[in-house]
Design a protein around this ligand. Structure first.
Ligand code: HPA
Length: 269
């Protein structure tokens, strides 16, 4: 580990003592989940050593430590993306901080484009696996053997089952799918979307994969969920835009919140 995770965990514990069970990363338009955390300490990333401040307008850049559904959680409201700096390990310190605070689980969320007609904007999708379409990896430069990280069950099968049970409990239809990471920040071309479909992807996005690799590296179990905000390029009549991503993510937010709350309740037992 780089060392800053421990330093940041000390800052968080000074603001709110305790040990935590579940860490979460909230993606574009999904930040309002952090408002539901109770008994919370809210710490701007600017107060946390080496925490990257996102330049993306829909991200709030705040760590929220408290309880959700009675479970001690740490929410990273806002993530920095590879495309902001060119550094695939940009979320290293935040992920390490979750580990240092005692979290055993990372729940990553994002906004994504659907590659399947039947999975529509506003729908949640549980990520079953990923394709790293960027060619970048946050572990490049690591020197010990741990860099040869097994990714064969990166999205923990038990936690995926918990997410499915949570969605069944709240009555929200949910699908399972493979998420493909494109670096962004430009959206994909229709030809790239065709390629992604051929490669077995169900959704595309510009985040999550590097954090998931980093989280597995530090020993967190991972679950991840997308809110579909649009169809992939060439599959819908309208042009893609970040405004659309933000506003549709907000519409899907109520479903996401219900599922996450039910997930936390069971996974945090
Ligand atoms: N492509 C990449 N990232 C995205 C998309 C998309 O279609 N929608 C939301 N984030």
């Amino acid at each position: 580990m780089s060392g800053y995770g421990r330093e940041c965990a000390d800052i968080v514990r000074a603001a709110r003592p305790g040990s935590y069970k579940i860490g979460m990363i909230l993606g574009s338009g999904l930040g309002s989940l952090a408002e539901e955390v109770e008994d919370a300490a809210r710490i701007p990333y600017a107060h946390l050593t080496e925490f990257p401040i996102s330049t993306v307008t829909s991200h709030s850049s705040e760590l929220v430590a408290g309880t959700l559904a009675g479970v001690p959680v740490v929410i990273l409201s806002g993530r920095a993306h590879y495309y902001e700096s060119g550094d695939p390990a940009v979320m290293r310190t935040p992920v390490e901080t979750l580990k240092e605070l005692g979290c055993e689980i990372l729940l990553a969320t994002n906004a994504a484009g659907s590659l399947r007609e039947e999975v529509a904007p506003g729908d949640p999708m549980i990520i079953s696996d990923h394709v790293n379409g960027s060619g970048k990896n946050p572990l490049i430069g690591e020197e010990d053997e741990a860099r040869f990280l097994d990714m064969s069950a990166a999205y923990d099968p038990e936690l995926r089952a918990v997410l499915h049970r949570a969605a069944a409990e709240t009555g929200d239809p949910v699908s399972d799918g493979v998420y493909m990471w494109f670096s962004g920040p430009s959206f994909e071309t229709p030809a790239e979307i065709k390629m992604a479909r051929l490669l077995g992807a169900d959704a595309v996005g510009m985040s999550t994969v590097p954090e998931v690799i980093m989280a597995r590296f530090v020993g967190l179990k991972v679950a991840a969920m997308s809110i579909i905000t649009n169809y992939g390029a060439g599959m819908q009549a309208e042009a893609l835009s970040h405004d659309e991503t933000k506003s549709v993510a907000k519409q899907g937010m109520d479903r996401m919140k219900r599922i996450v709350r039910a997930f936390v309740k069971e996974a945090g037992k």
